[in-house]
Design a protein around this ligand. Structure first.
Ligand code: ATP
Ligand code: MG
Length: 216
């Protein structure tokens, strides 16, 4: 399966989730290819940190921020892998559109804040345009960096606002704001690999994985 983690909005956790998803699949025994399609080097730096520490499993990695090279390489090489995970930058770029076009599933992380919800209209429009050319694209939205306060209704309010966009299905899993995701991500590691286990983070990630990869 080819999965893109994308949103035209920056800083919503695309790289963090792409890394966690790719590593979770590798830990499940899958042959995974993580592609960084962003001109920024965030995923590349994380994978370099992982390699530096010699952490297993090694994640096959490539960086193709140019849409035409991304398209050619994915078409040429994707079948060698069980899973391809593409992390794209937070703008409307031709690489984002190429990645969506190549993908079976698009995962759109968003933070439960007003501007982020407004920005959902942009990615919803891109999804609708992609579907004109490409049948069967599945698109999910997921709350990332969800508010941890019990009293806050932000997660629920944002989820309700996003449910208004018919182009995307909102996943019931909420990935909360947890230090574990930020700390481990900086080391090129998934929450599943943290020395100090954060059970809630692990449960959230496993919940997300169960929705994205229901059969295996
Ligand atoms: N669930 C989370 N809990 C805590 N921190 C998080 C979580 N998700 C992401 N972060 C942190 O938020 C920041 C932005 O995340 P990330 O770089 O993954 O976003 P992005 O969408 O890839 O950004 P860009 O648009 O710049 O590529 C990082 O510092 C990351 O560690
Ligand atoms: Mg990123």
């Amino acid at each position: 399966m080819i999965l893109t983690v994308g949103n035209t909005k920056g800083g919503v956790g695309k790289t963090t989730l792409a890394l966690n998803i790719a590593i979770a699949r590798a830990l499940a025994g899958k042959n995974v290819w993580l592609i960084d399609a962003d001109i920024q080097d965030t995923a590349k730096t994380a994978i370099a940190a992982r390699a530096e520490e010699g952490i297993e499993p090694t994640i096959a990695f490539a960086k193709y921020p140019e849409a035409n090279i991304l398209r050619d390489q994915v078409r040429h090489q994707a079948e060698r892998f069980d899973d391809v995970v593409i992390d794209v930058g937070g703008r409307d770029t031709s690489a984002l559109r190429a990645a969506i076009f190549l993908s079976d599933v698009l995962l759109v992380p968003f933070e439960p804040r007003t501007f982020e919800v407004w920005a959902m209209a942009d990615i919803a429009k891109i999804i609708a345009e992609a579907r004109v050319m490409r049948d069967g694209l599945v698109a999910y939205a997921v709350v990332n960096c969800g508010d941890n306060s019990v009293k806050s209704t932000d997660n629920k309010d944002a989820a309700e606002a996003v449910a208004e966009f018919p182009e995307l299905s909102l996943l019931p899993t909420i990935i909360h704001n947890r230090k574990c995701f930020a700390n481990e991500g900086g080391k090129g590691m998934s929450a599943l690999e943290a020395k100090r286990k954060d059970k809630k983070a692990i449960d959230e990630l496993n919940g997300l994985m169960a929705h994205l990869y229901p059969v295996s």
